[in-house]
Design a protein around this ligand. Structure first.
Ligand code: FES
Ligand SMILES: [Fe+2]
Length: 410
């Protein structure tokens, strides 16, 4: 992020903290609870935002070496993504050309060849059909025409994007829009994959997403966890088309008060959370990064799956190895020798704290909203003036489906 933007954001956060005010959208909106329960709407969203929309499936370090692969079935199409020996990222439908069996059954691994378990047809990591056992019995087949079906795939700024349709259109710069340069500036490709968790819960995928959409709850719901480390009720917020940037201050921001403004840097004193339409929360801390992908259940609007990928800088992995314990701040890893950061955890512990906060605090709230919404007794929820990200998400979803914007609450 360029210095001017950092400075503007930090100034805005200090303005809010010093005046005890939060971000202000100027209006309150009402969101009908049918948005979380309606099967018809869920079906349209599944088709428009997942089955027919480009998907961010991971970061460059999910495929760290030639010969590594990952798979996904989160958006309806089974995908096998590979990095072949030429270093290129490719994606295929994870289905054998014989009778459609999954050729790569694991979530991730290392293999330059994929052998279908059913009759052992074998494919390369470039998707080529290499071998058919007992072809003389099976009959003649042009191997060149029966490779794995390739999907549009693009790797840019450390992001791995796939389009679930073989003839789909994929352009990362278009998807990121004005945020492209800023995303590039984080050097996301340099972060190293350390682990992933899945949270399968009884809440709509948008309710899950909503929990990442305000800091109003930090000093309340998270008073004993994140609320210890971050100031709630303060947020520097900006939209970029369908995406947004959401920056909230760590309590360490106060160290900047002693420093000349030209030395200010956002990296150690705030979390920068990007929302990338339709289902991504990309959380960037000082040397750690979390990629949060939130998926609907294609058939049940009352269920979603969240996958949280954890990535760290080489610096912090080395520091953790050496000292086994380093300072972290809710997923933000600080230099063990710095004065910043108050709690010490291992990298594993930092991942666990992040995951359990999301699951046991945020999503526990969303599950109760889901039940109230499903009962039919609660007609709408209210998005406050201090919750502009919720205004933006929901109106963006609605606009994409040709629906009218949310109505004003008062
Ligand atoms: S289905 Fe894959 S080899 Fe038969
Ligand atoms: Fe939260």
């Amino acid at each position: 992020m360029d210095k001017t933007t950092q400075f503007k954001i930090l100034k805005e956060l200090f303005r809010q903290l010093d005046n005890n005010v939060n971000v202000d959208a100027g209006i309150q909106l009402r969101n009908p609870t049918s948005s979380y329960t309606c099967s018809d709407l869920a079906g349209k969203k599944w088709k428009t935002f997942f089955r027919e929309h480009p998907q961010l499936i991971g970061l460059s370090s999910d495929l760290p070496e030639p010969g590594t692969y990952i798979t996904s079935e989160d958006f309806g199409v089974p995908v096998l993504a590979t990095r072949a020996e030429d270093g290129r990222f490719r994606a295929f439908i994870n289905a054998c050309r014989h009778r459609g069996v999954k050729v790569a059954p694991e979530a991730r691994g290392e293999s330059a060849r994929f052998q279908c378990p059913f009759h052992n047809w074998t494919y390369s990591s470039k998707g080529e059909l290499l071998g058919i056992p007992r072809m003389r019995d099976f009959g003649a087949l042009d191997r060149a025409c029966h490779g794995l079906i390739e999907l549009p795939a693009e790797e840019r700024y450390g992001l791995l994007y796939v389009h679930p349709q073989p003839d789909g259109r994929l352009n990362i710069d278009e998807l990121l829009g004005e945020l492209a340069g800023e995303i590039e500036s984080w050097h996301i490709g340099g972060f190293i994959y350390m682990g992933q968790s899945a949270i399968d819960k009884a809440l709509n995928w948008k309710l899950a997403n909503d929990t990442f959409g305000e800091t109003y709850h930090f000093p309340r719901l998270h008073k004993n966890t994140l609320g210890q480390l971050f100031y709630g009720d303060a947020l520097a917020y900006e939209t970029f088309g369908r995406n947004h940037r959401f920056v909230f201050p760590a309590k360490t921001i106060d160290y900047l008060r002693e420093k000349p403004e030209q030395e200010w840097s956002i990296a150690r004193v705030a979390n920068v959370l990007y929302y990338l339409f339709p289902n991504i929360q990309l959380n960037i801390g000082p040397r750690s990064l979390s990629l949060i992908r939130i998926y609907p259940d294609g058939e049940n609007p009352g269920r979603s799956i969240t996958r949280i990928g954890h990535y760290f800088s080489q610096y912090d992995i080395d520091a953790a190895k050496e000292k086994d314990r380093i300072r972290i701040d809710a997923g933000n890893v600080y230099d063990a020798t710095s004065r910043e950061g108050k709690v010490s955890f291992s990298l594993e512990a930092s991942m666990e704290v992040f995951d359990s906060t999301v699951e046991q605090e945020d999503y526990a709230m969303g599950e109760t909203t889901q039940r109230a919404a499903a009962s039919g007794a609660l007609q709408h929820v209210i998005f406050g003036r201090n919750e502009p990200a919720l205004h933006h998400y929901h109106n963006t979803f609605r606009e994409a489906l040709g629906m009218a914007p949310l109505e004003q609450a008062s």
